[in-house]
Write a protein that binds this ligand. Sequence first.
Ligand SMILES: Cc1cc2nc3c(=O)[nH]c(=O)nc-3n(C[C@H](O)[C@H](O)[C@H](O)COP(=O)(O)O)c2cc1C
Length: 177
Amino acid sequence: MKVLVILGSTQRPGTSTTLAEAFVKGAQEAGHNVTVYDAAKNPITPMHVDANNRAIPGDENTQYYLRLLEETDAVVFATPLYYFGMSAQMKAAVDRFYEDDYGLMGNKYGVLLATAWGDSFRFDNLVGHYHAILHYMKWVDAGYITAQWSDNVDLLKRHDYIEQAYKLGRHLGEPIR
Ligand SMILES: Cc1cc2nc3c(=O)[nH]c(=O)nc-3n(C[C@H](O)[C@H](O)[C@H](O)COP(=O)(O)O)c2cc1C
């Protein structure tokens, strides 16, 4: 299947991007066609609407991103936890769904790869938000990773999250056990 991985962190090397790389490796080994959109390097234009709630198209990158979304079978959100939610770069990417909400609904998988400095409870709001987005978009949750105590790549490596991300990619679309 076609897989779109959205990177929402500016940090390189970064923890959520490291999870994304492991996921991509697994997904490619499983034969999926993966495209990575770096929303930190090429930020999505924040959503603008006119007085009638009609979306105003974003820049060239944003329009390219929208085409990727329309074509893909799975959307992977790789984001750091920022104040109990996703990064602003990732939120701008999500808000762009509005431009083709009904066209994007259904027939897709979603995956969340998130990292934070603190403990797992801090992800509650982000995970709830992720599930609400998937429910609204009628997408199927293909799994999520919330990497706690992972403020940098060295700390991330003390856990098995990278292996988990690889496996999530490797088994994308298979029933979750
Ligand atoms: C603006 C900002 C807000 C953050 N908010 C939180 C937070 O609410 N809870 C937390 O545990 N860590 C928080 N962190 C720490 C990051 O989630 C953590 O460093 C993460 O590993 C960064 O991911 P990245 O390496 O992919 O950028 C925050 C960091 C920044 C820069």
